[in-house]
Design a protein around this ligand. Sequence first.
Ligand SMILES: Cc1cc2nc3c(=O)[nH]c(=O)nc-3n(C[C@H](O)[C@H](O)[C@H](O)COP(=O)(O)OP(=O)(O)OC[C@H]3O[C@@H](n4cnc5c(N)ncnc54)[C@H](O)[C@@H]3O)c2cc1C
Length: 416
Amino acid sequence: MAIPSLVPLTVAPIPSLSDDINKIRLDTAKIVSEHIIPNEDKLTTPASDDERQALIHDLQSYVKDSNLWAPHLPKEYGGMGIGFLGHAYMNEILAWSPYSNYIFGVQAPTSGNQSVLIKYGTDYQKKEFLEPTIRGEQTSAFSMTEPDNAGSDPRSIQTKAVKDGDEWVINGRKWFTSNGTNATWALVMCRTEEEDGEGGVNDRMTQIIVPTNTPGFNIERSVPVWGHTGGSHCEIVYKDVRVPLQNQVGSRGSGHAAAQDRLGAGRVYHCMNSVGQMWRAFDLMVKRAAERKVHGGMLEDKQFTQAAIADSYIDIQASRLMTLHCAEVIESGADPRTEISAIKIFVPNAMHRVVDRAIQIHGAMGVSGDTPLAGMYLGARTLRLADGPDEVHRILIAKNVFKRYHAGLSWDFGVL
Ligand SMILES: Cc1cc2nc3c(=O)[nH]c(=O)nc-3n(C[C@H](O)[C@H](O)[C@H](O)COP(=O)(O)OP(=O)(O)OC[C@H]3O[C@@H](n4cnc5c(N)ncnc54)[C@H](O)[C@@H]3O)c2cc1C
């Protein structure tokens, strides 16, 4: 059945934005609402795999011809080169459909790995691993979290890499390595140093590229997530995995800093993505309320429904403005850590509330596969854990607040 929507979702130019960013927003909205959303059925349940591949190829070609390919990459790497804020605004629109990111060439975790290699990679790594992912010939995974150690404190990881001649030898166990089954290579977070460096225990980790066909890279299982058994969040045993020293990314001990770089920017993209999904959920709930008759009247005339619509509008606008503010802080060069933690807590929780209300208004249809709401709901709940659980970010905000207070600094409203 067709996925209902008030299609076409549209955007208007924002006066305070540059013409370039406004054009990107409008062009993106046109492709997502007129070409991707109407094809969601075919992308979800195609008549054949060939039909799906052909459709994806056509849509990707259209995106490339429209100069909207790979918004996260600089121009010299074949991307749009639109900077952080431009990408954030674009992500809000991409998220209207769960298929957009792939069709616009910005698919996690490979997009995050690409950014790490652009910043930390050697010429050899760029040629062998980065460029093939940009051309779509390779895909990748990020392998940090371990079943036996706290992912919320990545400094605790125990997977070890030991130097032996001109090779790194890696041993350990990881899980929740997303895209593990499809990846050509994984960026693996390893403990390489026995002693703390200048940055303390943070300096003990190094990221190393491991091609997934290396002997000893053993996928034990794909961890079922929300009852879904066919995913690719893999549990992987690294058993005497040998890779050349030239696969080490950045200097020894730089692994934690590189992960924070990746996750900091990633959290803003995730939040703008959540805002876009909230708009889609909102659009669906408004349409349903405006068309559904219950107990002798329209759903939209019931005050419980009106409260759900109003509270959702408030949640979306608050999330959107907080996230854009955070993106502006990053773009300005100021320290964004408090803002990043604040949106990382607020936005997934707001999305959880908005999608929950949208599901309630849809009744049974809300939990069916006939709308994207069920997937959004599980995604919102997952986001409260992935990229750092709420508690860790609360602690970080409070630490920054007290640090500022004890240093006798004034409150610069908006940037701590
Ligand atoms: C769908 C999915 C995909 C993922 N993809 C990847 C991936 O591609 N690569 C990768 O490396 N990882 C991935 N992860 C892992 C994710 O990053 C971790 O799950 C996350 O960092 C939390 O780590 P943990 O699960 O070990 O929880 P733990 O660290 O064990 O924490 C458990 C709970 O303890 C509580 N807690 C933690 N610290 C504190 C504290 N200081 N005070 C109070 N309470 C606290 C929180 O409620 C937290 O949820 C993925 C996870 C999911 C669910």
